[in-house]
Every structure is written in structure tokens, then in C-alpha cells.
Design a protein. Structure first.
Length: 490
């Protein structure tokens, strides 16, 4: 038996039992064992386990760590002057009326993948005529302004079976399958100018640029030695592609017009020949490595700042800093997440989500309480802290988090709500103004792995949240009418 396999209430009793044993309180310990037969198993082996094992950390250091964390929060609040706090509250719209947000269980797709789903998002994709001619993503529902082309909204998902699937958003029909990696895809992004150009990062340590409509690999980069965990194009013309890996490196690629193959390890297709043959649109870009940053731990989080398109924020495991990387100057500006500027690592950033305004970054931490910290961009100022109510309760098991089920967070476009998957199978919605949990979205039967917000722009009733998880399903969460007060799953 290991302490990670013990439910959280029993871990709490074990902490007390270990403390009593260390203090020589044998009679008190014996009485505790007698009064809690439902917690401490009757057999001697289990009793010995709970009375002799060493918790990590033991009770007294754990209390000290808790007090220190609370002290840090108070320091963070105190570090803001009244004027600054008022400005933050106004900016975060404390007094604004409620906004409708996706929280109603909608369609669930259970047949797109038969393995755990790692990534999901929606995308508007134009399929080429040659693809339609061979029975691809055509159909009466497909629409397009140019003859021979079809534009469809698709659900893009990657799973443990190594595939990236493009499915019809309306009914989940699989339209195209990309199977171009030797390991599962952990991250993907689409080029902001060329909607068919998809970048994927895989557990096979490579990055690929793929024509999402046809599955054709246009370029492959092999500049990492371990899992590629994060990647992103910069906005606009996507002058940069940034990739992060478990090997502790961040690689910055810069856009070039196009180039001929320089070996199978770099480019697998000749872009010019492909464009001339009509396989891909002319003018598609390629990328060359410009710089490599090395960090002390694996890359867990990466995000592009909306107002600074040439700046990415990076979170590193076992590191108490956020790294603001200037892609033009190739400089790393470190910002300490500890408000008193020490280097104690009590948590690290496992996900980063910039606010819609770009003024703040929401950091999902590795803390067992599901803690989210809202930082003012480029500073150590903590303007909000959010905690998962279930993870903070005695009923939460001790083994919710795992290596692949890393928590994720996501902003509502209004900036008034944030979504979090720290609770495992339940998605929780927090009010940014009050930091309270205002809704719980229940439906997944496995750890929720990824979130995506689909905004139609034509009205809030059309917006939806998309999620996927280790129950092999993809789910829609629809926006309820403003007068409907029911909280799904709450």
C-alpha cells in the first residue's frame, strides 16, 4: 500500500497517527485506532502501516507550509495599494451584471475515439476539391464561396491512439484522420493566416506542420529529445512558432517563405512542388529554428500574450518563476510568482491562460488544492486566488492529479468567469469578481483533459464550451438563456 493510493480522509488520520506515534502518545494512538475501525483496517498490517509510515510531508511541516501559503496570499493582497486594488476591481468588473455562460450539458460524442482524448478544439476548415472528389468532407451541409471547395466547422481532437481526427461539428461524423506521428499528439495549433496549416507536437519528440484537410505532412522538426508538450503560433502572420518539451527546452522557430528539403529529418515535402501541383495553396510558410532556451525543468505551460504577440509566457515544472520570452530580442525576463521574492518552490505553473484584455494571466498551479492565481501581466502581483472547493474538502481522494491528466483553465470571453478542470472529472466555473465557484459541469466519467471555448460572435446563445477527457468522449456545454438559473451539475 502506498500513501498515494489512500483516500484523503485516511491520509489525514494517518498524519495524526504518525504524529502521535512520534510524540510517544501510545494510549492516545491506541484509542484512535479503536474508535476508527472504518478508517484503520482491522488487520495488523494495515494498523502497522497507519501508525509507522512517514507521510510526505509529516503533519508539522505540512501545517507550516499551509501557514506559509496563507501568509503569501496576505502579502500578495497587501502588496496592492488601495488605488491599485480599486483599479484591479474596476478592471475585473466586480459590479457588472451577470453574463450568460456555457454550463448546460449538450451533445456528447462517444464514438469519435475509442481511447482517451487528449486535445479538443473547433476550427473552420476549407477542404480542397481533390479531397472532396475522393469522398472526403463533402456533403450537402458543406458550404463554400468558391466552386469545388467546402468550408466546414470541424471538431479537431487528438487521442492516445496517435491520431488527430477532424469531425463534423454538428454530428461528430469523422471527415479526416491524420496519423503522422509515432506517438500520441499532446498539443496542436492552427496557423492564423493559413487555416489548413496545423502544427502538432507529439510524445515521439517531433513537431510536424500538416495540411489538416488532407493529412499531408509538409515539414517535420526533430529538435527535441522528449515529449513535445506545448506549442503555439504567434498571431497575425505567425512570424514565430514556439515549442516546449519535457526535455526542458523551448525552441523558437522563425517563418521563412519556403525552402527545399534539407533531409528527411527536417522537411518531408517540397513546398514549391506541392503548390505547383495544386496540392497545397501557394505561399504557405515554412519555419527554421532561431533559438533554443534551456530551463531547469520540463515545459508544462505556454501562452502567447494577446497584446504582445511577440511575447510568450512559459511555466516550468519545479520552478517558481514565470518566464516572459521576447521572441524578437530572444530574451527571458523572469517574474517570481512568490510575492516576497524568495525561491521557495511550493508550486509551479502547469497551465497559463491570458485574460481577454491581456492585462492578466491566470496560472493553474500544481498545488493539491487546485489553486489558480490571477497575476497582473509582467508582475508578481496576485490580484485573485481561486481554490477548488472539492479538492479543499475532506472527501477528495488523494490521487486526483496524475501526469497525463494535468489541470487546465480557460477564460470566458467576457473576462468575468474562468473554467477549471482541477477537480478531475468535474469542470468548475469561478466568478472572477468574487472568486466563488458559481457552477459545476458534471458529465465526464474520467479526468477532463482539455477545454475549448467556441464563440460564434453573433450572440451569447450560440457560444459553447467543448471538453474532452479520459472517458474517451468529447462534450458540448451550451449557453443557457439568461432567465434560466439552473446550474448544471451543481
Amino acid at each position: 500500500m502506498t500513501d498515494g493510493a489512500v483516500p484523503r480522509p485516511q491520509q489525514a488520520y494517518a498524519l495524526v497517527a504518525h504524529f502521535l506515534a512520534q510524540q510517544g502518545r501510545r494510549e492516545t494512538l491506541a484509542q484512535l485506532l479503536r474508535e476508527c475501525p472504518d478508517v484503520f483496517d482491522a488487520d495488523d498490517a494495515a494498523r502497522d502501516y497507519f501508525s509507522t509510515f512517514t507521510p510526505r510531508p509529516p503533519l508539522v511541516p505540512l501545517l507550516a507550509q499551509f501557514e506559509e501559503d496563507r501568509f503569501r496570499e496576505k502579502m500578495a493582497a497587501a502588496s496592492l495599494s488601495d488605488k491599485e486594488r480599486s483599479a484591479c476591481d474596476d478592471d475585473l468588473d466586480r459590479g457588472a451584471p451577470d453574463v450568460a455562460f456555457p454550463r448546460k450539458a449538450g451533445t456528447a460524442f462517444e464514438d469519435i475515439h475509442n481511447t482517451n482524448v487528449i486535445i479538443v478544439r473547433t476550427h473552420e476548415l476549407e477542404f480542397p476539391a481533390t479531397f472532396l472528389d475522393r469522398g472526403g468532407a463533402g456533403g450537402e451541409e458543406a458550404q463554400g464561396e468558391e466552386e469545388g471547395k467546402r468550408t466546414r466547422r470541424v471538431v479537431v481532437s487528438a487521442a492516445a491512439d496517435r491520431t488527430v481526427k477532424l469531425s463534423a461539428a454538428e454530428d461528430g461524423e469523422v471527415l479526416s484522420i491524420c496519423d503522422h506521428h509515432r506517438g500520441p499528439v499532446l498539443c496542436l495549433d492552427f496557423h492564423p493566416e493559413h487555416a489548413r496549416l496545423m502544427a502538432t507536437g507529439s510524445m515521439d519528440s517531433s513537431v510536424a506542420l500538416v495540411d489538416a484537410a488532407t493529412g499531408r505532412v509538409m515539414q517535420r522538426m526533430r529538435d527535441h529529445t522528449k515529449y513535445v508538450s506545448r506549442l503555439a503560433f504567434t498571431p497575425g502572420a505567425a512570424e514565430h512558432l514556439v515549442t516546449g518539451s519535457y526535455d526542458g527546452t523551448l525552441v523558437v522557430y522563425r517563418r521563412v517563405a519556403s525552402f527545399a528539403p534539407a533531409g528527411e529529418d527536417l522537411v518531408e515535402r517540397n513546398w514549391a512542388d506541392a503548390a505547383e501541383a495544386g496540392i497545397v495553396p501557394a505561399g504557405w510558410p515554412a519555419y527554421r529554428m532561431a533559438h533554443r532556451f534551456k530551463f531547469k525543468g520540463r515545459i508544462d505551460a505556454l501562452a502567447v500574450l494577446p497584446r504582445s504577440p511577440n511575447t510568450v509566457v512559459v511555466g516550468v515544472r519545479d520552478d517558481n518563476y514565470l518566464h516572459y520570452i521576447n521572441l524578437d530580442a530572444l530574451e527571458d525576463v523572469k517574474v517570481n510568482m512568490n510575492v516576497n521574492d524568495d525561491d521557495w518552490v511550493s508550486f509551479s505553473a502547469v497551465d497559463i491562460s491570458p485574460s481577454p484584455s491581456g492585462e492578466y494571466v491566470l496560472v493553474t498551479t500544481s498545488a493539491p488544492t487546485g489553486r489558480l492565481i490571477l497575476f497582473e501581466t509582467h508582475t508578481s502581483r496576485q490580484v485573485r486566488n481561486f481554490y477548488d472547493p472539492w479538492l479543499c474538502s475532506a472527501s477528495a481522494p488523494g490521487d486526483v492529479a496524475n501526469e497525463l491528466g494535468q489541470p487546465r483553465s480557460l477564460w470566458h470571453p467576457s473576462g468575468r468567469y474562468v473554467y477549471s478542470t482541477a477537480g478531475g472529472m468535474v469542470i468548475r466555473v469561478f466568478s472572477v469578481a468574487s472568486t466563488e465557484c458559481v457552477a459545476e459541469l458534471s458529465g465526464h466519467k474520467g479526468v477532463v483533459r482539455a477545454l475549448w471555448y467556441q464563440s460564434d460572435g453573433g450572440g451569447r446563445s450560440g457560444d459553447r464550451l467543448v471538453s474532452c477527457g479520459f472517458d474517451k468522449t468529447i462534450r458540448y456545454w451550451d449557453t443557457e438563456d439568461a432567465e434560466d438559473e439552473e446550474m448544471v451539475g451543481a
